[in-house]
Structure formats: structure tokens, C-alpha cells
Design a protein around this ligand. Structure first.
Ligand code: CTP
Ligand code: MG
Length: 182
């Protein structure tokens, strides 16, 4: 029981650099859309107004900043997860997790626009997991990924992420930061 809890908490800790970027985008996004307002071959927007350049960049910066706070906390409280890695390897990994998360988020919007869903419409699985899949895919380009992630942790992540995503979005909605509760 205790080890199952430890596994879940460790997995969340490892994925905070991928979980937090979208929240930073909600807080600091706005301005020029990432697709510059352009349409795709189907006449629909490439990504839509919900994906902005400022959101994308602040999301990545926020995710990497959170990772650095985690690294400092590990050093201060003397436990080793990210800090088993050399700082440069840790920085590369956290950048890939955050960049991958924002890219997956944008790719999800790309797919939503293709099937005719408007900005903010709810699309199960894609909304909750596409960011995770690309975060993991990008992070796995770094050799240090395999020092921290194994199949168990990845499976746990796929199971718990939709719940975490829906919970934080509901809180953001209650705080009037998001227009919709999902
Ligand atoms: N956001 C942003 N830039 C990003 C991602 C998000 O500015 N790259 C901001 C937008 O204000 C967006 C909000 O965060 O509306 C919520 O993000 P998300 O739920 O990912 O976007 P949606 O509005 O639901 O749009 P979509 O249907 O394209 O997913
Ligand atoms: Mg949304």
C-alpha cells in the first residue's frame, strides 16, 4: 500500500515539469496566436486562438522553473530523484518534458480543429493525454530519461494523468482562470 502511494507520488514529482506548463499558459497566455491566425487546407484554423505564442513560451519557461525549484527542494530535503542526474542532464530532461507537453497540447488542438471542434470544446483522451504522450516521447530522446522512467511509472502516469488534468482544470475554472471546467 505504502509502496503504491510512493510510486504514484514519485511519478507525479517526475512529471511536474510536464504537468505545470499548461497552467502557466492559462495564467500568462494571450496575444498573437501560435498559428498567426492562419487556416489549414481544410479552411479551418491550424490551431485556433487558444494556442498563443506567449502561452507556449511562458508554459515552457514555467515548467523548467518548477523543475529547478524541485531540484533545489531535493538538495535541501536530501532526497534524490531528479538530483541523481548531473545538472545539465536534468536541465535537458526538464526542458524536453516541458517543450514536449506544450507541443502535445498544441498538437491536440491541431487534431481538434481538423475534426471541427472549436476552441475549448471537450475532446476526451486527446485533451487529457496528448500532452503527456509528447512529453514522454520528447523526453525519451534524452538518455537520462531511462534512468528515471520505467514501464511501471509510465503506465501509472497514463492512469493518473487524466484525473489530475481534470482536477486542476476544474480548480482553474473555479478560480475564474478558465472559461470551461475541463
Ligand atoms: N493557452 C495559451 N497558449 C497555449 C496554451 C494555452 O495562451 N499555447 C491559454 C489560452 O488562453 C487557452 C487556455 O490557456 O484558452 C486553456 O488552454 P487549453 O485548454 O489547452 O486550450 P483551449 O482553450 O481548450 O483550446 P483548444 O480547444 O485548442 O484545446
Ligand atoms: Mg481546453
Amino acid at each position: 500500500m505504502l509502496s503504491a502511494l510512493k510510486l504514484i507520488v514519485t511519478t507525479i514529482w517526475l512529471l511536474l515539469p510536464a504537468y505545470t506548463p499548461n497552467n502557466f499558459a492559462v495564467l500568462f497566455g494571450g496575444g498573437k496566436p501560435l498559428d498567426f491566425g492562419k487556416t489549414f487546407f481544410d479552411g479551418k484554423r491550424i490551431l485556433g486562438d487558444g494556442k498563443t505564442i506567449r502561452g507556449f513560451i511562458s508554459g515552457i519557461a514555467g515548467g523548467v522553473a518548477i523543475a529547478n525549484v524541485q531540484y533545489v527542494i531535493e538538495k535541501a530535503l536530501n532526497f534524490k530523484i531528479f538530483s541523481t542526474l548531473l545538472y545539465i542532464d536534468f536541465l535537458t530532461l526538464s526542458l524536453l518534458l516541458s517543450f514536449g507537453a506544450m507541443s502535445g497540447d498544441a498538437f491536440g488542438s491541431f487534431l481538434k480543429r481538423r475534426i471541427g471542434y472549436k476552441r475549448g470544446d471537450f475532446l476526451p483522451v486527446i485533451d487529457q493525454l496528448m500532452f503527456l504522450f509528447l512529453a514522454l516521447a520528447f523526453a525519451s530522446l534524452s538518455p537520462s530519461f531511462f534512468k528515471l522512467f520505467d514501464l511501471t511509472r509510465i503506465l501509472i502516469a497514463i492512469l493518473i494523468t487524466p484525473l489530475l488534468h481534470l482536477t486542476t482544470n476544474y480548480i482553474a475554472y473555479k478560480l475564474k482562470l478558465k472559461k470551461v471546467p475541463w
